[in-house]
Design a protein around this ligand. Structure first.
Ligand code: CMP
Length: 141
């Protein structure tokens, strides 16, 4: 079983589409192993997106990410990193496939509703950014 970090960004939470996003995960066999809503500080947003600190959109992205509450989740399932990225669609919603979350709901390359880890290494780091091991539940058989 693989785990990944998912974030419903301030635009998704603010527009009331968090339930729809979570429903898409569950309908596709993904288990929500942990969840929390939080309102990041600018410093927390900068820390999370540190890999992008040299990018021209870094200031704008980190302002956006602390502009309202987010929902951070640990998603669990077989091949969940790739599965989540397929469900999200391309970063740029204009390039996202039909039926993906970003194609259906994103309004802008930045305000793209969701974030998902892009590799096992990133998933480990990103999950640990928001959750300690006691906050991540085990599946009940
Ligand atoms: P995400 O998958 O969270 O990873 C980095 C984020 O930066 C991305 O989604 C977008 O929200 C944002 N982003 C990526 N590329 C651009 C860009 N060219 N202009 C503005 N924001 C971007």
């Amino acid at each position: 079983m693989e785990q990944t970090l998912s974030i419903i960004k301030p635009d998704g939470v603010g527009r009331g589409i968090a339930g729809e996003v979570i429903s898409r995960f569950e309908k596709n066999g993904i288990r929500i192993a942990a969840v929390k809503m939080l309102h990041m500080t600018k410093a927390q947003a900068k820390g999370f997106y540190d890999v992008h600190r040299e990018r021209p959109f870094f200031e704008s992205l980190t302002d956006f990410m602390c502009s309202g509450p987010i929902i951070a989740m640990v998603l669990e399932g077989e091949n969940v990193i790739e599965k989540n990225r397929t469900l999200m669609g391309a970063t740029n919603f204009k390039e996202a496939a039909e039926g993906t979350i970003r194609k259906d709901f994103a309004t802008d390359i930045e305000k793209n509703v969701v974030h998902g880890s892009d590799s096992p290494e990133t998933a480990t780091t990103e999950i640990a950014y928001f959750f300690n091991k006691f906050e991540i539940t085990d599946a009940v058989s």
